[in-house]
Design a protein around this ligand. Structure first.
Ligand SMILES: Nc1ncnc2c1ncn2[C@@H]1O[C@H](COP(=O)(O)OP(=O)(O)OP(=O)(O)O)[C@@H](O)[C@H]1O
Length: 246
């Protein structure tokens, strides 16, 4: 049974090369986490007092302003960041998908990248070999799949990465935005696969700025505001409250 249990978690980033004095004079804007200036070294308080309990079947969309802490929370859940204080326990195999096109190898072909990316996301080699043709067809990259990835445009790389991601069977899927580079016709085509993926993921946590996709993929939402959870509940309620605030 997969689960995520976070208790009173904080994530701080000390900034060793920033000048505290100039920061004190600055009027704080609406973007980003809180910058603490009491200590000798300025500290960005990216996550503050996060308590969260997720179970199998939960599909959570993260919303919030730029710098609210969405990506930091996803990295905490993926085990990439340890909490500075508090705890974060995850039971289940995580497939973390941050920036879709990152982590691909520019020197090998699209075909080989499909295999490598699948293995990285926890699939077996045999399983991936069976899926390669289907992924190749979905990407519509044709002969480009035989060329090194460095010859691809940003959108072509995301097509390939998205093709792989939507074929895996994750226990826990952590997905950060990264669909911006693909054209709208391809996104419409990818939609069905993303919905399928969301439905077969044991637990899904997804950060995305596009409401429409959130509505299709998630059941609940979590509104992050200056590093804290402002509201967690049914998707439509949280989105309405977040929009009202904007
Ligand atoms: N590696 C880092 N070093 C220092 N500060 C960081 C680092 N990563 C994030 N931050 C800070 O933590 C805060 C939260 O950032 P985060 O990337 O989690 O926000 P976000 O909600 O994902 O934003 P966006 O919607 O713009 O992607 C911001 O104030 C940011 O400046």
């Amino acid at each position: 049974m997969v689960s995520i249990e976070v208790r009173g978690a904080y994530v701080d980033f000390p900034i060793f090369d920033a000048k505290t004095r100039s920061l004190k004079k600055q009027v704080l804007g609406k973007v980003g986490g809180k910058i603490g200036t009491e200590a000798k070294v300025p500290i960005i308080e990216a996550l503050r007092d996060i308590t969260l309990s997720l179970r199998e079947g939960d599909r959570v969309g993260l919303v919030g302003h730029n710098g609210a802490g969405k990506s930091t929370l996803l990295r905490l859940l993926s085990g990439i960041y340890e909490p500075t204080r508090g705890s974060a326990h995850v039971v289940g195999r995580i497939a973390p998908v941050f920036d879709l096109g990152v982590g691909l190898d520019p020197e090998v072909s699209g075909h080989e990248n499909i295999l490598i990316r699948g293995l990285f996301l926890g699939m077996g080699r045999k399983q991936m070999e069976k899926k390669v043709d289907d992924i190749a067809e979905f990407t519509e990259l044709g002969d480009y799949l035989h060329l090194p990835l460095r010859t691809y445009s940003a959108g072509m790389r995301v097509r390939l990465a998205l093709g792989v991601v939507t074929t895996i069977d994750p226990e826990i899927l952590i997905l950060d935005e990264g669909l911006g580079a693909i054209d709208s016709a391809f996104l419409a085509k990818a939609r069905e696969r993303l919905v399928d993926l969301a439905q077969r993921s044991g637990l899904l946590v997804f950060a995305l700025h596009a409401d429409e996709l959130l509505m299709e993929l998630c059941t609940t939402a979590l509104w992050m505001d200056e590093g804290r959870i402002r509201k967690h509940g049914p998707l439509s309620e949280v989105l309405a409250a977040y929009k009202g605030r904007l």
